[in-house]
Design a protein around this ligand. Structure first.
Ligand code: ATP
Ligand code: MN
Length: 490
């Protein structure tokens, strides 16, 4: 019960706690506070490094000698959960500006040090992936996921400030026509004995939705429907691709931001994408400085083990500042191919895959352009139409489409987008050429039937953006529970 007149937060048992970051950002004035968190280390039977996930910096809790029972202190082990009440005082010791002189310590949850797999030492990222349920409790993943959160927030902020509507597109989709990647089937039919048609094929009319359904690979087509009513919209949701790519940049389940804008041509599209990326970087630079500094140091330490030519030219923060300050390079696909053909790498046969006009550039080509040639993000536009999707607007040359990809140092493709084909006849012609069933996409084609307008959009892979900002080399380390071929633990 709440005594009359007392604000609710003074009565709650748990919410009277102060977060460690809030304490560390302020001053120690001998005020009494309560903190809760998990023990990182306990030394000299006196000093507890407590962490509550609000920052990587632990709060030093001092359990003065003689004030606490020895048997009790034995339970203060790494990862035990504590509630500590105490007086916040300036610290005399080196390494921290304040410490909490404990007056009361309560153990909320014990942790058996013999069994707890995380020791206060450096673990490899590979090992931590195997205990992804606990890796949140490390400094590296603390920083990564706080930055990931900040980016997600900044994405909504960016679009909200510009009047874009957040649209939720379906996760289960009836259209498998887009061809952006291999799809995961969604079905409730029995695997071992599905109902069949007379010709032996599976009878999806008996399935849950009465048709064949899949997990979405992109919300774009539905996004276009909304954009042709609201003008500017975006989606931000999970997408699924059953592509068997075991790379450091591909997940089977990843999050994508897909803005779609009526009355935008390809130039407007590129301008939006560039300012979007810069806005996200600026946001994190301003709000997550401490985490970025930690991640920058982590990357620098990791690169010390690499040969000189494999190390980054710039530190993480330097790189982000550089990207903020400079315009992205903008070139056409044809120019990109010419640069590759003229490159020393090509002449010395350093590329594994051949280069000629018409190829779908491989990661090694994209990385050459951004990392070796331009040394900054590059927007490539006007790709050959035969390597791009049916909905991209055909250019007058008859060979290329108004597509644009943004390539980022260390990552490769981070954004894929285009101006969409708004001309019904051209769109239908292209669909027929590519064997896309026009009858199944009748609803999509209606946008071109009823008040069609020039419009554009793109998809930013959220995890690739998190990789770029955090400097993490493997995409499995920027999503809490990665799904990749042969792994779906947790
Ligand atoms: P890639 O050539 O790298 O496989 P894509 O051409 O298949 O990419 P799009 O279909 O254009 O990519 O998707 C838009 C964006 O989504 C990409 O620019 C990328 O940032 C991201 N993305 C695509 N596939 C994946 C994946 N499997 N895992 C994580 N992000 C992805
Ligand atoms: Mn792909």
């Amino acid at each position: 019960m709440r005594p009359k007149g007392l604000p609710i937060y003074l009565c709650a048992m748990f919410n009277q706690r102060t977060k460690i970051k809030t304490l560390l950002d302020g001053e120690a004035n001998n005020q009494e506070v309560t903190v809760m968190g998990w023990v990182r280390t306990f030394r000299n039977n006196q000093f507890i490094a407590l962490n509550d996930g609000s920052t990587n910096t632990n709060l030093q809790v001092v359990a003065e000698l003689g004030s606490f029972d020895d048997e009790f202190l034995k339970r203060v082990t790494t990862s035990a959960a504590l509630k500590v009440r105490g007086i916040l005082v300036p610290s005399l010791g080196k390494g921290q500006k304040m410490e909490l002189k404990a007056t009361a310590i309560e153990i909320l949850g014990d942790s058996d040090p013999e069994k707890y797999p995380l020791q206060p030492k450096k673990h490899s990222l590979e090992f931590l992936r195997e205990i992804a349920h606990l890796r949140f409790r490390t400094n590296t993943f603390g920083s990564v996921f706080r930055v990931r959160h900040a980016l997600a927030y900044a994405i909504h902020k960016f679009y909200n400030e510009r009047g874009f509507l957040y649209i939720h597109t379906p996760i289960i989709t009836g259209s498998d026509a887009e061809g952006a990647g291999e799809m995961f089937r969604v079905s409730t039919l029995p695997f071992d004995n599905p109902p069949r048609n007379e010709d032996g094929s599976i009878n999806y009319k008996e399935d849950f939705f009465g048709r064949n359904t899949n997990l979405t690979v992109s919300g774009q087509l539905e996004g276009e429907l909304a954009a042709t009513a609201f003008g500017e919209i975006y989606t931000f949701g999970p997408t699924f691709r059953a592509e068997n790519s075991n790379t450091s940049r591909h997940l089977a389940e990843f999050w994508m931001i897909e803005p779609e804008m009526a009355f935008y041509d390809i130039e407007d599209n590129m301008n939006l994408a560039e300012s979007f990326i810069k806005y996200l970087i600026a946001y994190v630079m301003e709000h997550n400085r401490e985490d970025l500094e930690f991640l920058a140091q982590r990357q620098a330490d990791e690169e010390k083990q690499l040969p000189q030519d494999k190390r980054s030219d710039m530190g993480l923060i330097e790189k982000l500042e550089f990207v903020l300050k400079n315009d992205f390079e903008r070139i056409t696909y044809t120019e990109a191919i010419d640069i590759l053909l003229q490159s020393p790498a090509y002449k010395k046969k350093k590329f594994q895959y051949d280069v000629s006009w018409g190829i779908d550039m491989q990661s090694e080509h994209e990385r050459y352009l951004v990392e070796k040639h331009f040394k900054k993000p590059v927007i490539v536009r006007n790709y050959p139409k035969h390597i791009k999707a049916f909905y991209m607007r055909q250019n007058d040359d008859g060979k290329t489409v108004a597509a644009m990809d943004i390539l980022a140092p260390g990552i490769g493709e981070i954004v894929g987008g285009s101006q969409r084909e708004e001309r019904m006849d051209k769109l239908v012609e292209r669909m027929k050429e590519m064997h896309i069933p026009t009858d199944e996409l009748w609803w999509y084609l209606d946008t071109r039937r009823f008040g069609t307008v020039p419009h554009s959009g793109f998809g930013l892979g959220f995890e690739r953006m998190v990789q770029f900002v955090t400097g993490m080399g493997n995409i499995r380390d920027v999503i809490p529970f990665p799904r990749t071929p042969k792994t779906a633990e947790f």
